[in-house]
Design a protein around this ligand. Structure first.
Ligand SMILES: Cc1cc2nc3c(=O)[nH]c(=O)nc-3n(C[C@H](O)[C@H](O)[C@H](O)COP(=O)(O)O)c2cc1C
Length: 216
């Protein structure tokens, strides 16, 4: 049996919807915010490389600037919080080294003992065929963190809106990302739904399980 009852998980997965109108008076507390940030930090990623940075925009002036760059979607300014998910544009040796050093520190091993792992990652992502499409690779990893966030928020009964409807280049400019090695992928507005957000009452449209799952 799972720790969280199956019915609870299923209920919360159905409870979640892409919230289009937030109650601007309701704010997420710090403890809840921290768990949501942890849900991204603890997300899985290829080789465990975590090619991402999550930028929580607290400054209302910056959120106002982002609004017209986000198809004027009101959650950008009305949700309790906004997080921008950015991905590492290129994989390079310093980044891999940083990961090796962190691994050595956490697992209490010598960095030298990770040399073979480093060589294989370098041969794949930095110097290998996948280096040509490395930004797609990094984007895919970052979407996993987004998924992790959405599910965690649903379990916590915190509403969210994942957003690709934005101008990533404009975001990069406002957030001064040039030269950091990171680029905007998407954003998540989150907080608490407005009582009159009509989307909360609209039925979920999904294909049947038998249409999307094949058992062989
Ligand atoms: C990566 C991603 C980007 C999305 N971008 C937007 C967006 O910019 N604006 C919006 O209103 N909904 C956006 N959505 C929400 C989807 O339209 C929504 O998840 C889908 O219609 C299914 O509905 P549900 O999430 O309410 O079940 C996005 C969803 C995902 C996963």
């Amino acid at each position: 049996m799972s720790k969280v009852a199956n019915e609870v998980i299923h209920r919360q997965l159905n409870w979640r919807y892409a919230c289009k109108k937030f109650d601007p008076t309701k704010k997420i507390n710090e403890a809840d915010l921290n768990i949501l940030l942890e849900s991204m930090r603890l997300s899985a990623s290829s080789y465990g490389l975590q090619p991402w940075k999550f930028i929580v925009i607290q400054n209302p002036e910056i959120r106002k600037k982002l609004l017209p760059l986000s198809w004027n979607q009101s959650p950008v300014v009305e949700a309790s919080h906004l997080v921008v998910l950015t991905y590492k544009e290129k994989m390079d040796e310093p980044f891999i080294d940083r990961h090796m050093q962190q691994t050595a520190k956490v697992r209490e091993v010598e960095v030298a003992s990770l040399a073979r792992l480093k060589t294989s990652i370098m041969g794949d992502l930095v110097n290998g065929a996948r280096s040509e499409v490395i930004n797609w690779w990094a984007q895919r990893q970052t979407y996993l963190a987004m998924g992790s966030f959405l599910i965690t928020a649903a379990l916590m009964e915190i509403d969210s809106l994942p957003m690709e409807g934005l101008d990533p280049i404009g975001y990069d400019e406002v957030l001064k990302l040039e030269g950091t090695g990171f680029k905007t992928l998407a954003a998540i507005a989150f907080g608490y739904r407005a009582a009159d957000d009509k989307y909360q009452h609209i039925k979920k449209v999904r294909f049947d399980l038998a249409d999307v799952v094949e058992i062989r």
